[in-house]
Write a protein that binds this ligand. Structure first.
Ligand SMILES: *Cc1c(COP(=O)(O)O)cnc(C)c1O
Length: 817
């Protein structure tokens, strides 16, 4: 008997079908006979939302009245993925939904496909925020996600005839969006510009303009917790009435100018910041959402109070700063406490420094965000004064603690010199109660390198929380076959609330029958993905080849170049007759990656991969042995389809550059073996799944540092490895550009003469590990056994565990139940 603990609503399929019909008729005004799949999607979503509403209201009430401190997760990105199936899962309505939709005469998949994925994030950082609010709700932690409802999310990626990336705007909000509730009655005023004057000995900010921050509330249902938290995304609206007189004079653009300026703030995710206007807009966005969120928290926890006692604020809520984007919240809370509520500096500082914690997501010192003091002074003059004062106090503190004046100079929150810069990571480190990295290795490197000076002064602030991902979306929803097999193997479905239970699968790795069924799950998922890829992209994938995937943002440090050079080297072997195609392990190499629109090298790499795919896939000599596919527009939906079908996962960044990675965790959950470097969370994945179940290659952080120190000369690696030379020569000689040797010249030149991330230095090792990979793959049972051991050993990487660590090490709070 299998123990079932999954949520299951008492509502019957007939009742649910009736609720959908009611929504169709009374919310949307559509007769069921006339409804389209998109109508049914909206109706179903509204019906599920209603089912969750009682829990939401009860949770909100308990958050305000309860004794447990809440968490405010401040993040510029929330990469949620589609909502419907996740909401159905939490509401326990999945079966009823499927029956009801069928009864209504609709195709289940068509209804699910009608939902447009909100692309309110870039990649890992935004997905982490989404996983964390899922886990907080599932652990009954009172929490709010706070961010921005961008009108246009991350661009939609297409490829042109030359294989180059084309960015198209993502019009996600042009469809009916049943999940976000726009709450005009809870809006906040956010002001900008102007000047600071002295009145009665007080500093008074006289802003020049204001916008209205309107919250759009999304329900965040917990899995099997009965709790529903809130994701509150702010949308910018104008206060200025538009000018009817001007409008009547047909000067339409002038008339709407105030609206356009205000609404621009929440228009797009990461506006181009190479111009001063673009830079200013980003800072406006950051301030916009944190200012609104701080005022919102005061409204929620001190309802109707004109003079609340905000010394209790840190006992009501603590804010987690997801990277530096929300760090302007620190001077904002100081300003609110001092200017709006009359606290003195020390009282305000005491409250503020107990309220904020900071998660650092990078290692590259040059990637730490800075703002010109001049820009802050123009946009937020009062905040600049407060930051200057924090810097002065900090300097005084350092003078008592640090002997070396150079160290003190290095640590200044505001750099000195011509064009002083405010270093947001330093501000967060000084004012935050805790600072954490996102994997063991990353947290260590933060202390040793990136924030070394600070770790000497504040050793107690630094801690680690290794990232995690939610098993609800990335196992249960993405991989129903594997989920059913796990439940059967463990005799319970409780693993979805406690992923450490996956350990119980370990003994089954010795049971060939079970391993065979596990292999069949992968085989079926591959066939599903092949059908999906045919439908979506027109790809012809052969499920009898190894599915080898590299999906993540395109960045030089992640080293998609290394993978494509290895593919080209295999191809070159065959073309030159050194290797017979029959000896090649049949492989399907899958890529997915968006490049930042202004990132030239990344975009050129995309073009190269697409053209390698074009040449290889049409060459009869390698047919059936090697194929390469680049699926456009990598997003959560694609991840949910591709990851369960993948057998080999590429995590091949230069050691010391990937803070953690979370893609690596999703793949391990789904029974892919990883080929990877000792970077980010790969290190911990390998420790847990066992070195014998992980394909390790490449230089370590120490070796990388030593090579930089010695003077790295990529060309010597090109000369030393004939396969590497053959691959690069093929790129240079126009084999993937119809004979044009100029197309990839910038890439080739970079590889040979710069190669900052040492792709060439790791190439030989990467190739050598391929023979281990191929040898194991030729023993399917042994491969599957190791893959199953990966699943059994990766429970640690649940975001529930990560949130448990945050509760214990940083937030010092817990479940409300
Ligand atoms: C998990 C995920 C990422 C992060 O991938 P990494 O390999 O950790 O960089 C990025 N984008 C999407 C759509 C994801 O699901």
């Amino acid at each position: 008997m299998t123990e079932q603990t999954a949520p299951h609503s008492p509502i019957s399929a007939e009742q649910f079908a009736e609720q959908i019909r009611q929504e169709l008729e009374y919310s949307q005004g559509v007769r069921p006979e006339q409804a389209t799949a998109a109508d049914v999607y909206v109706a179903t979503s509204l019906a599920v939302r209603k089912q969750l509403m009682d829990s939401w209201m009860r949770t909100q009430q308990d958050i305000v009245q309860g004794k447990t401190k809440a968490v405010g997760y401040l993040s510029a990105e929330f990469l949620m993925g589609k909502q419907l199936r996740n909401a159905l899962l939490s509401a326990g309505l999945t079966d009823q939904f499927e029956q009801a939709v069928t009864q209504l005469g609709f195709d289940i998949q068509a209804v699910i496909d009608a939902e447009v994925e909100p692309g309110l994030g870039n990649g890992g950082l935004g997905r982490l925020a989404a996983c964390y609010i899922d886990s907080m709700a599932s652990l009954a932690v009172p929490a709010f996600g706070y961010g921005i409802q961008y009108r246009y999310g991350i661009f939609k990626q297409e490829f042109d005839a030359q294989g180059r990336q084309v960015e198209r705007p993502d019009y996600w909000l042009d469809n009916e969006e049943p999940w976000g509730h726009v709450d005009y009655n809870r809006s906040q005023r956010v002001s900008f510009g102007g000047k600071v004057v002295e009145e009665n000995g007080h500093k008074v900010w006289k802003p020049a303009w204001s916008v209205r921050a309107v919250p759009v509330d999304y329900l965040v249902p917990g899995y099997a917790s009965g709790r529903v938290n809130t994701l509150r995304l702010w949308s910018a609206k104008s206060y200025d009435e538009f000018d009817l007189l001007t409008f009547n004079n047909s000067q339409y653009l002038d008339a709407v100018r105030p609206q356009v300026k205000a609404e621009n703030i929440s228009k797009i995710l990461y506006p181009e910041d190479s111009t001063p206007q673009g830079k200013s807009l980003r800072l406006e966005q950051q301030y916009f959402f944190v200012s609104a969120s701080i005022h919102d928290a005061i409204r929620v926890f001190y309802p109707g109070q004109d003079q609340p006692d905000l010394t209790s604020f840190p006992d009501k809520i603590c804010f987690q700063l997801n990277d530096t984007h929300p760090v302007i919240g620190i001077p904002e809370l100081m300003r609110v406490l001092i200017d709006e509520y009359g606290y003195d500096w020390n009282a305000a500082w005491s409250i503020t420094t107990r309220t904020f914690n900071y998660t650092c997501h990078t290692l590259l010192p040059e990637a730490l965000e800075v703002w010109p003091a001049k820009l802050i002074g123009e946009l937020l003059p009062r905040h600049l004064q407060i930051i200057q004062q924090i810097d002065r106090h900090f300097l005084a503190e350092l003078e008592g603690k640090v002997a070396d004046p150079q160290q003190i100079e290095r640590m200044r929150i505001i750099s000195t010199g011509e064009d002083p810069q405010v270093r947001m990571a330093y501000l967060a480190t000084v004012a935050g109660e805790h600072v954490n990295g996102v994997a063991e290795l990353h947290s260590q490197l933060l202390k040793d390198v990136t924030l070394h000076d600070f770790s000497l002064v504040y050793p107690g602030k630094f801690t680690n929380v290794t990232n995690g991902v939610t098993p609800r979306r990335f196992i249960k929803l993405a991989n129903p076959r594997l989920s059913a097999l796990i439940t059967e193997g463990l005799g319970t479905d409780r693993w979805l609330s406690d992923l450490s239970l996956l350990e119980g699968l370990r003994p089954l790795a010795q049971d060939d029958g079970f391993v065979g069924r596990f292999a069949q799950v992968k085989r079926d998922n591959k066939a599903d993905f092949a059908a999906f890829a045919k439908r979506e992209y027109g790809f012809d994938l052969n499920p009898d080849t190894m599915f080898d995937s590299m999906v993540k943002r395109l960045h030089e440090y992640k080293r998609q170049s290394l993978k494509i050079l290895a593919v080209i080297a295999d191809y070159a072997d065959i073309k030159s007759g050194r290797v017979s195609a029959d000896d090649l392990l049949p492989r399907t190499v899958l890529f997915g990656a968006k490049a930042a629109p202004g990132y030239r090298m990344a975009k050129l790499t995309i073009q190269l991969i697409n053209n390698v795919a074009r040449v290889v896939n049409t060459d009869p000599e390698v047919k059936g042995r090697l194929s390469v596919h680049f699926a456009p527009n990598y997003n959560i939906r694609m991840a949910q389809h591709l990851i369960p079908a993948t057998e080999l996962d590429e995590q091949i960044s230069q050691a010391g550059k990937e803070a953690s990675g979370t893609g690596n965790m999703k793949f391990a959950f789904n029974g892919a073996l990883t080929v990877g470097t000792l970077d980010g969370a790969n290190v911990e994945i390998r420790q847990r799944v066992g070195a014998e179940n992980f394909f390790l290659f490449g230089m370590t952080v120490e070796e990388v540092d030593a090579l930089y120190a010695k003077g790295y000369q990529p060309e010597s690696y090109y000369q030393a490895d004939p396969r590497l030379k053959a691959a690069i020569d093929m790129v240079a000689d126009g084999s993937f550009s119809d004979g044009d040797c100029g197309t990839y010249a910038a890439l080739v030149d970079d590889w040979l003469h710069k190669d900052y991330f040492m792709t060439l230095a790791d190439f030989t090792a990467y190739n050598q590990i391929q023979s281990d990979i191929e040898a194991l793959y030729r023993q399917p049972l042994e491969w599957s056994r190791k893959a199953l051991l990966n699943v059994a050993s990766s429970g640690f990487f649940s975001s529930d565990r990560a949130i448990g660590d945050y509760l214990e090490r940083i937030w010092k709070t817990g479940s409300m139940d």
